[in-house]
Design a protein around this ligand. Structure first.
Ligand SMILES: C[S@@+](CC[C@H](N)C(=O)[O-])C[C@H]1O[C@@H](n2cnc3c(N)ncnc32)[C@H](O)[C@@H]1O
Length: 257
């Protein structure tokens, strides 16, 4: 299996991602847990090459040109809510972790990702905080030993997770009990439906959903609000371009998870 060489242009890089993702998927042995196959297909995209280009392609170009949600808006969300006992889920390249300012010099930082390569890439990038890392799915990972957390971030994760926002609500039911009483869960996700997509956004949506890099064609704001309402007493969702930004507090479900 050969991987496609990413081209020098932005769109070439994006196609190169998809090709290298396929190469990576084949290399993974998923026989041990076939239920996670679909989730792995999205997560397996993130190998060393894609992770190195991720910041430029996603946070440098796509946010502005396709999704019409400036990266500074996402960074502001992160900066407002990140705490000194933080769990980052779906870490990717570790962009937000590296760029944010924690409220203390030595935060207690935990990382959770389905893809071990993304996890070690991000952990290396923020090794100054000596993060604890966990390989696992946001939909099924059990309670982490470091819980409770004062903040949990899900940045650009949910649009990669298979299913619709009704089934993706399992992420909130899984993570909610791991928040402290005053803790906050926040994040951003690209919506597929009910938003006005730019022309480049429509092209990327089509390509990424076909390649199972995204699974968000049916994701709409109202379903995100319902999923949050099922799990939290207080929440807000705002939309910027194609992106929903959400903040939730006060887990209202069972705490014995
Ligand atoms: C689009 S990247 C987001 C990276 C980063 N949060 C950011 O916004 O720059 C999605 C990340 O989620 C991870 N991921 C995908 N499905 C997952 C799942 N079911 N559970 C945990 N992580 C998952 C991928 O491996 C990847 O690291």
């Amino acid at each position: 299996m050969t991987e496609a060489e990413p081209a020098a242009t932005a769109s070439g890089l994006i196609l190169g991602f998809a090709d290298s993702a396929r190469g990576c998927i084949v290399a993974w042995d998923m026989s041990a847990n076939p239920d996670l196959d679909a989730a792995y297909q999205g997560a397996a995209l993130y190998d060393g090459r894609t992770l190195r280009a991720y910041d430029l392609v996603v946070h440098g170009l796509s946010n502005h040109l396709a999704w019409r949600c400036p990266t500074r808006t996402l960074r502001a969300l992160y900066a407002e809510h990140v705490s000194s006992r933080h769990l980052d889920v779906g870490v990717g390249s570790g962009y937000f972790l590296d760029r944010c300012r924690f409220p203390v010099a030595e935060p207690r930082l935990s990382l959770l990702d389905l893809n071990a390569q993304a996890l070690s890439y991000a952990a290396r990038r923020v090794q100054r905080y000596r993060p604890l890392t966990h390989v696992g799915s946001v939909l099924t990972a059990g309670r982490l030993t470091e819980a409770p957390f004062d903040s949990i971030a899900l940045m650009y994760l949910l649009h990669c997770v298979p299913g619709n926002l009704t089934t993706k609500a399992a992420a909130f039911a899984n993570l909610g009990p791991q928040l402290s009483d005053s803790g906050v869960l926040f994040g951003a996700t690209i919506l597929g439906s009910g938003v006005e997509h730019s022309l480049p956004a429509r092209a990327l949506m089509k390509l990424y959903n076909a390649r199972q890099i995204f699974c968000n064609a049916e994701d709409r704001k109202a379903d995100l609000e319902q999923a949050l309402a099922q799990n939290f007493r207080d929440f807000s969702v705002s939309v910027r371009g194609s992106v929903a930004l959400f903040v939730a507090r006060g887990y209202s479900g069972r705490r014995d998870a």
